[in-house]
Design a protein around this ligand. Structure first.
Ligand code: MEV
Length: 534
């Protein structure tokens, strides 16, 4: 395993211009970006990684994380910066870099077909999380997010973790989803026979349903004291039927709801119960994805802190979240920064992922009733002794490993649904080597774990404001310049943004008001006093 797999070509990516980064992607993924043969000839010829489902988009740089990875096929990582610059120049000479870049918003006409009452679209920046090694394979992960510093932080964390063995990720083979049917008004004395009837008759049903389970749930009085009952509430229990469906690589929401609606009348017939709601459950406990890493303490050194100090401070931060749900919420929000951004970049139902993640953070949902129903951090961190290192004669801190883990139910789809409507999703999937649903869920837990590690490391050492504010300053400067341009109907040179951001940092005041002052200083006329600044 070569820990420098991401070495040459991707290093310094953040220093490049937008255009240079786009060109780099074209070179890394000639098939994906449809480079004509004149251009692909300049890229060393390699056979693309075969995809598990039919899509023309394939990646030569990455490979899906559970398939074989061959360094020989890894074009971009096997060329050095000098060769890369040569390829970029060559691209320029072929004028290919003038063509519009396809990772670019959503066509209005497509948007109009996706939702009702459509009036337009909204854009989000897409950036690449670098330095990830998952299950010994390098992977570049597209993220769609508006928040500065998230991508820099996660790439920095991945660099540290990949400097040893990277992330290990697992997820179940079967992508299942639960469809729920609730049956009401079943008299108490016929509840038990009803359950037996389900087991006899319904397990035989084919399609994607591979199992069925039944839950008896006690009804409670309506929590709202003002509630005036208008329907019969004499029956004391609900009968909730779970249909466990193998949805292959689809997200499966529509499939689950269709099956629930289809099966409900038969369930009602068998039980004599009245049909209530029929819908999927967004809590897919059979779809748990887990990411973990182990790294020697010595490799954790960061800024002026030793590895041991960093480890101790991260553990302290994590332990705080374990005992204080005010902190646990923020801790988990950082995890979702990473997971949601990948979900957005790949067209997933991020609301479903959010809902199930936060549910999973509650003891009761995880089936851990030893505590009161606490909300907890989703990651865990610990330090353990490495027996192999100890056996090699290492002693004390030298045989200690820092370990992190994140396990979550993640329901994603890589086939069918919205993913095919938007070419941006397809390109983003292509950049990751077209992972299947299981692989995508593994990628997402790894990014969540890395994001949380990055946040805790920064918060527990120098704090996050320092790095965050630099990027924030750029956003503030940009907002102020846009305001200037709107008011004066003129345009400012784009390099002014950098210089205004720098001067705000020097002044120690990163606000729109300061940005306004600096703009007025550098661009004396016309004034922008009518602008409304926050
Ligand atoms: C900011 O978007 C996320 C953090 O607040 C997460 C955390 O506090 O762990 C930095």
């Amino acid at each position: 395993m070569n820990p420098n797999l991401h070495g040459s070509a991707w290093s310094g990516f953040y220093k490049k211009t937008l255009k240079e980064r786009q060109n780099q992607l074209k070179i890394a993924f000639p098939d994906l970006f449809n480079l004509p043969s004149t251009a692909t000839r300049i890229v060393p010829s390699v056979s693309p990684v075969p995809s598990v489902y039919s899509t023309p988009l394939t990646s030569i740089c990455n490979s899906p994380i559970s398939r074989e990875y061959s360094e020989e096929n890894d074009t971009l990582n096997s060329i050095n910066n000098e060769q890369f610059n040569y390829l970029v120049k060559k691209l320029k000479s072929l004028n290919i870099d003038q063509e519009p870049f396809p990772i670019n918003g959503l066509d209005e006409q497509i948007a109009d077909k996706m939702i009702e009452n459509c009036v337009g679209t909204i854009g989000l920046p897409i950036g690449l999380a670098l330095n990830f090694i998952i299950n010994e394979k390098p992977i570049i992960i597209p993220m769609a997010i508006e928040e500065p510093s998230v991508i820099a932080a996660v790439s920095g964390a991945a660099k540290t973790i990949s400097s040893f063995k990277g992330f290990t990720a697992v997820a179940p083979e079967r992508n299942s989803i639960i469809a729920q049917v609730v049956l009401l008004d079943i008299p108490q004395n016929s509840m038990n026979p009803a359950i037996n009837k389900f087991c006899d008759n319904m397990v035989k049903r084919g399609g994607g349903v591979f199992d069925m389970s039944v839950r008896r749930i006690s009804r409670i009085n309506n929590r709202n004291k003002k509630h005036h009952p208008i329907s019969s509430e004499n029956f004391k229990e609900l009968l909730v039927v779970h249909l466990h469906i193998d949805v292959c690589d689809a997200m499966g929401a529509n499939c689950a709801s269709a099956i629930a609606e289809g099966v409900a009348p038969r369930l009602s017939e068998l039980t004599g119960g009245r049909i209530g709601l029929r819908i999927l459950s967004n809590l897919s406990v059979e779809r748990m994805a887990k990411a973990s890493f182990r790294i020697p303490l010595s490799l954790l050194h960061y800024k002026s802190y030793t590895g041991k100090e960093v480890a101790a401070r991260i553990i302290e931060a994590y332990e705080w979240a374990e005992v204080d749900y005010y902190r646990a919420i923020t801790h988990n929000k950082g995890i979702m920064n990473g997971i949601d951004a990948v979900a957005l970049a790949t067209g997933q139902d991020w609301r479903a992922i959010e809902a199930s993640s936060h549910a999973w953070a509650c003891d009761g949902v995880r089936g851990d009733y030893s505590q009161s129903n606490n909300y907890r951090p989703l990651t865990t961190y610990w330090i353990e002794k490495d027996d192999q290192l100890a056996a090699c004669g290492k002693e004390g801190d030298d045989c200690l490993m820092f370990c992190g883990e994140l396990e979550l139910p993640i329901t994603v789809g890589t086939a069918g649904g919205v993913i095919n409507t938007n070419p941006v999703y397809l390109h983003n999937m292509g950049i990751m080597g077209n992972p299947n649903a299981k692989e995508l869920s593994m990628i997402m837990v790894c990014i969540g774990l890395a994001q949380n590690f990055a946040s805790l490391r920064a918060l527990a050492t120098e704090g996050i404001q320092h790095g965050h504010m630099k990027l924030h300053a750029t956003n503030i400067a940009f907002a102020a310049l846009r305001c200037y341009e709107n008011e004066t109907n003129s345009s400012c040179p784009s390099h002014d943004i950098t210089s205004i951001a720098r001067r705000m940092i020097e002044k120690g005041s990163i606000t729109l008001a300061t940005a306004k002052e600096l703009i007025e200083e550098s661009l004396p006329k016309p004034q922008i006093s009518q602008c409304t600044y926050m």
